[in-house]
Design a protein around this ligand. Structure first.
Ligand code: PMP
Length: 410
């Protein structure tokens, strides 16, 4: 009896799925949402889970060893952003906490000087929401619009400053559309007017050179996972002499700015990731830009496809698009079935079916913003990965358009 006679439909499906899983090329292009931890970072972290377990506040040798590791990691993060000294780096649980600490901390500390804060309309929710909350307690928030490319105008920020302005907060780069903002220009204005300047550096630090002194940044939020370190770790750079109000009170760790026993394994991991990023950023950037530009040049050959974000003032790992007449969610589900992991935009906003506030702020209509596809590359991305995407996206787009009543059939 031939084997196939015994195979029922369920078995056949399982066999086909297993075959597909085994054979299908898997391509990960969602590094902006979550990045793999570099193997060298994992190796550096491992001893601190079970062997090197001292608390840096303890006086014994195990504690002193932990203190040395903590300070070494601080040094690596400081070096990555050209901070003048390690003491200006505070470790946190991630970029969200760093943004909250910077914004609330600065607002509370300087509230007697003024109540006006300037930001942009394309910030991440971990900036938008703390500012919304501050608004409820009497702060006035001005959201500066962006142009079609997602760029904010430094001049417009300058013209919005009043004698009540105490803080300007602008992201270094937008993770969703890749646009890099004119940070140095804004920093010079803020420094001239003696207004605190906070920068959400999450999507940029470790990918493009950031220099806090040269760019006149007073507060910089940094994420570990976005540069190949573990999730659940982050840092806030606070310029020496700038005082902000801490909100995590307790044993006074992290120079009193963020109490709680330090998460040594994760901090060691973040430090290692920063050390590697500093050494490898230039070469890695060149590799990413080449792959990014192959994606952009080839996917823009698709009819009614558009790049979102600035063409050149752009993160090396970001290729973001919109396709008319179809929905981003359908694109990523179909790509998923072809072994490609991609995104429609910020992982933090995909739970809602609302179009991205970033694309809307860039002047797109709701139906245009719904057709977004975000591809974010990482250090392990290859030309073969890009080939697979370049072959698969046109196929998915034409399949979906064939079903779309909006698509003008020829
Ligand atoms: N800011 C920006 C620009 C982001 O893209 C993100 C998300 N990666 C965050 C802040 C928040 O980061 P996390 O979720 O790691 O706290």
């Amino acid at each position: 009896m031939p084997h196939a006679t015994y195979l029922n439909v369920k078995d056949l499906k399982a066999e086909t799925d297993a075959f597909k899983e085994e054979k299908m090329r898997q391509v990960y292009m969602d590094h902006g949402s979550a990045s793999p931890v570099d193997a060298r970072v994992i190796e550096a972290m491992m001893p601190y889970f079970d062997k090197e377990i001292g608390n840096p506040s303890s006086l014994h040798s195990a504690g002193r060893k932990a203190r040395r590791e903590l300070e070494a990691a601080r040094g690596h993060v400081a070096d990555l952003v050209d901070a003048p000294g390690p003491k200006s780096i505070i470790f946190t649980s991630g970029a969200t906490e760093s943004n909250n600490l910077a914004l609330r901390g600065a607002a509370m500390r300087y509230k007697d000087k003024g109540n006006h804060i300037i930001t942009t309309s394309v910030e991440h929710m971990s900036v938008m929401n703390p500012l919304k909350d501050l608004q409820k307690s009497g702060f006035e928030i001005t959201h500066i619009p962006v142009d079609r490319d997602g760029l904010v105008s430094a001049e417009q920020i300058k013209n919005t400053i009043t004698d009540k302005t105490i803080l300007i907060s602008v992201m270094y780069a937008n993770g969703e559309v890749g646009t890099v903002q004119p940070i140095k220009e804004i920093g010079e204005i803020a420094s001239d007017k003696k207004i605190l300047f906070h920068v959400d550096g999450t999507a940029a630090v470790g990918k493009v050179p950031v220099n806090v002194e040269d760019e006149h940044i007073d507060l910089l939020s940094i994420s570990s996972n976005d540069m190949g370190g573990p999730k659940g770790a982050g840092a806030l750079y606070i310029k020496q002499g700038v005082r902000i109000m801490p909100f995590m009170l307790g044993g006074g760790q992290e120079f009193g700015m963020r109490s709680g026993s330090e998460n040594i394994p994760f901090i060691v991991g973040m430090g290692k990731a920063a050390e590697l990023a500093r050494k490898e950023m230039v070469d890695e950037g060149a590799h990413l830009i080449r792959l990014r530009d192959r994606l952009i040049d080839n996917l823009l050959k698709i009819e009614y496809s558009y790049l979102t974000g600035h063409r050149t003032k752009r993160l090396p790992n970001n290729a973001s698009f919109r396709f008319s007449f179809i929905e981003g969610e359908s694109i990523i589900l179909q790509l998923n079935d072809m072994g490609i992991t991609a995104s429609t935009g910020s992982a933090c906003s995909t739970k809602t079916l609302e179009p991205s506030h970033v694309l809307i702020a860039m002047g797109l209509r709701h139906e245009e913003a719904h057709g977004s596809l975000l591809l974010t590359l990482g250090k392990s991305s290859t030309d073969e990965d890009v080939d697979h995407v370049i072959e698969s996206v046109p196929e998915v787009v034409s399949r979906l358009r064939a079903l779309s009543p909006l698509y003008p059939k020829k």
